[in-house]
Design a binder for this molecule. Structure first.
Ligand code: 6PG
Length: 260
């Protein structure tokens, strides 16, 4: 009998009056994803982006529902700089979140700082870090993160997947590198689409009117093919957009009220 392939579910767009309102609901959403995962398998695998995202996770600080010792944290993409460099996503997440909560340091998976001079080795070693978490358990072709949190750049990029880049068609590797990122710094490692699109839940977080045109293209004209529009988790994965009204101002795509 031929396999039945369910199409990806439609994205769920949730818009908040301002970023502060978004922060609290985002925290509740993450805690719910954590609870579902921990109830099912005793751990919670999450991948974080850089940019403005780390600051938007402040609703998790002093939140008694977060089981920090169950979290395994990876980076969706990382700039190839020392871990304490101002450009480092790991540094941003540490400053805005990890330094303020009781997460065991061994539950956080930054890139290997001894490999910064060799992009190939660096991305291979990060892929092995994912294989240690995921592949041995169920020999998965691709890892299934419980939650991946993404940002969207004004050009429509997400992770370090930029418009027109050859990595947009990568189908095999889990982690790849770029040395020509148009957003500085130029050297980065990044999850590929197969990893992002196999997650159980993927949530974009985007705020501000400078994102309004791009968000409209992504949600109202996905066929235009901007990198963020290519995030379509395979069934039964679900895609969410947590945005503010300024970012959503031009979007016609229907909003869904926030509920857990
Ligand atoms: O390290 C990075 O540069 C990112 O992970 C990147 O993909 C980011 O999420 C977007 O550029 C959005 O950034 P903002 O949220 O700052 O607009």
């Amino acid at each position: 009998m031929a396999a039945v392939h369910n199409p990806p579910s439609a994205p769920i767009l949730i818009s908040f009056p301002d970023p502060d309102a978004l922060v609290d609901s985002l925290a509740s959403f993450i805690v719910k994803a954590q609870k579902d995962s921990v109830d099912k398998k005793g751990r919670f695998t999450i991948a974080l982006s850089g940019g403005s995202l780390p600051k938007m996770l402040r609703g998790l600080i002093n939140n008694p529902a977060v089981k920090w010792n169950k979290w395994q944290v990876y980076y969706v993409d990382e700039r190839v700089v020392p871990l304490d460099h101002p450009d480092s996503n790991h540094r941003a997440c540490t400053e805005h979140l990890f330094s303020k909560v009781p997460i065991p340091s061994e539950n956080i998976h930054p890139l290997d700082p001894s490999l910064l001079n060799d992009l190939e080795d660096l991305s291979d070693s990060y892929e092995k870090e994912l294989i240690r978490e995921f592949a041995q358990k169920d020999s998965a072709r691709f890892p299934v993160f419980d939650l991946i949190l993404l940002g969207m750049g004004p050009d429509g990029h997400t992770a370090s997947l930029f418009p027109g880049h050859e990595l947009l068609s990568e189908e095999d590797r889990w982690v790849a590198y770029v040395d020509d990122s148009p957003k500085p710094p130029p050297k980065r490692i990044t999850f590929t689409y197969p990893v992002i699109n196999h997650a159980a839940r993927v949530a974009f977080v985007a705020a501000g009117k400078e994102k309004a045109d791009t968000l409209k293209s992504i949600l109202d004209d996905p066929e235009a093919g901007l990198p963020s529009a290519r995030v379509r988790p395979v069934f039964p994965g679900q895609l969410y957009w947590f945005v503010d009204d300024a970012a959503a101002e031009k979007v016609v795509y229907p909003r869904t009220p926030f509920k857990l």
